[in-house]
Design a protein around this ligand. Structure first.
Ligand code: DSN
Length: 420
């Protein structure tokens, strides 16, 4: 590159990625083919509009790229193109969720979404996001005792509040979501069911996590998490008399965006092609195996795992443990100094602040791409434990913890695990 400064920064970032253990639950490593599409000449092209109806000339091949991305997206999630449509132009998850609300929720309407501190997302109606300013959030969370979704409780909220849309799908919920039960929640209010599948889309594509499509009206997913593609988003919608697909297309363009990023859309198509291969199913299975192995070993070492375990790629660790452990920020900083990259995260009913919460979130999608297996996770858990403890303030603690790994604790339900 002639721009030596940027060339150097890219090289430094590449080296940082190489030397770090990446446990950011929302990150992954794309293939060389995805990178090639991202860095291609497609970035030069303006393509406002949709295939066959563009506002600029010269879109002959661009149209084919977009159609290919759409047909691959529908095929990957086993959707009948007569019943489901997909928009592939949204730039990423937040604008995609915004487009869904613009298309479907009236001004000042209600968005029932999980609170951010329980594992929702900014765009599920959080007050700092425009989705919480233009619409009213009806928040919900997990049960204090089980740290799981309590669908009957959610039904009560939906009945009382009558939201226009119910958002299911989370950023820090390590468990399988009962999509049918979420449909029942939406039905209590006569609301649309919108699923934000971003975190687990790759697991659904790999057939290791239940698909929400039988129950949802709209499904949005980013492409860059477990799906292992570029930063972008897909918005699926049912084709029926409600014309959700047409409204969503209009909300994306011209509602919220101009020209789509066609290099990105080509890279999405490549990632969808890769995710349709048998190897991707093996990958998705291994992602969950690795998460379970990491959670089990951390639990064995005495760390409290929120909800007692995981059924996905992600693990929420209560590092604070009511003051007997270490705060989420301190844990994340300490791990980073030792080249283990995680993010600090609130845990449900957190007593600390989002900037220095009680937990950290770990995910195995990126390290599984690098070929890591269960035995590596055991080593990694020990490494994490060693980095975090002992600290000057560390005191031995015993913590009652619900766990998926009862043999590691003292009793099956709330087995105290000792951490010295
Ligand atoms: N920021 C993403 C995550 O880390 O979960 C969600 O968009």
């Amino acid at each position: 590159m002639n721009d030596k400064k940027i060339e150097q920064l890219i090289a430094l970032e590449k080296a940082r990625q190489k030397k770090s253990v990446n446990l950011i639950a929302s990150e992954n490593y794309v293939s060389a083919d995805v990178l090639k599409a991202l860095g291609s000449e497609l970035t030069n092209k303006y393509a406002e509009g949709y295939p066959g109806a563009r506002y600029y000339g010269g879109n002959e091949y661009i149209d084919e790229v977009e159609e290919l991305a759409k047909s691959r997206a529908l095929k990957l999630f086993k959707l009948d193109p007569k019943k489901w449509a997909v928009n592939v132009q949204a730039l990423s998850g937040s604008p995609a969720n915004l487009a869904v609300y613009v298309a479907t929720v009236p001004a000042n309407g209600k968005v029932m979404g999980m609170s951010l501190d329980h594992g929702g997302h900014l765009t599920h109606g959080f007050k700092a996001s425009v989705t919480g300013k233009w619409w009213k959030q009806i928040p919900y969370g997990v049960n204090r005792e089980t740290e799981l979704l309590d669908y009957k409780e959610l039904e009560k909220i939906a009945s009382a509040e009558k939201p226009d849309i119910v958002v299911a799908g989370y950023t820090a919920y390590p468990r399988i979501v009962d999509w049918k039960a979420m449909r029942a929640v939406a039905d209590k209010a006569g609301a649309l069911l919108h699923v934000d599948l971003s975190h687990v889309a790759g697991l659904v594509a790999g057939d290791v996590y239940p698909s929400p499509f039988a129950y949802a009206d709209t499904v949005m997913t980013t492409v860059h998490k477990t799906l292992r593609g570029p930063r972008s988003a897909l918005i699926f919608s049912r084709i029926d008399e409600r014309k959700l697909n047409e409204k969503i297309d209009k909300a994306v363009f011209p509602g919220l965006q101009g020209g789509p990023h066609m290099n990105q859309i080509a890279a999405v198509a490549v990632a969808l092609f890769e995710a349709s291969k048998p190897d991707f199913k093996k990958y998705a299975k291994q992602v969950i195996r690795n998460a379970k192995a990491l959670a089990k070993e951390l639990s064995k070492l005495g760390w409290r795992i929120v909800s007692g375990g995981t059924e996905t790629h992600l693990i929420l660790v209560d590092t604070w443990m009511n003051g007997k452990g270490i705060s989420g920020k301190a844990a994340s900083d300490l791990l980073e100094k030792n080249n283990v990259i995680v993010n600090k995260n609130t845990i449900p009913f957190d007593t600390r602040s989002p900037v220095d919460p009680s937990g950290i979130r770990l995910g195995t999608a990126a390290e599984t791409t690098r070929g890591k297996k269960e035995r590596d996770m055991v080593v990694l858990a020990k490494r994490i434990d060693k980095i975090l403890l002992p600290r000057p303030t560390a005191t031995p603690y015993t913590r009652d913890a619900r766990t998926d790994f009862p043999s590691e604790g003292k009793s099956s339900k709330r087995g105290g695990t000792k951490h010295l």
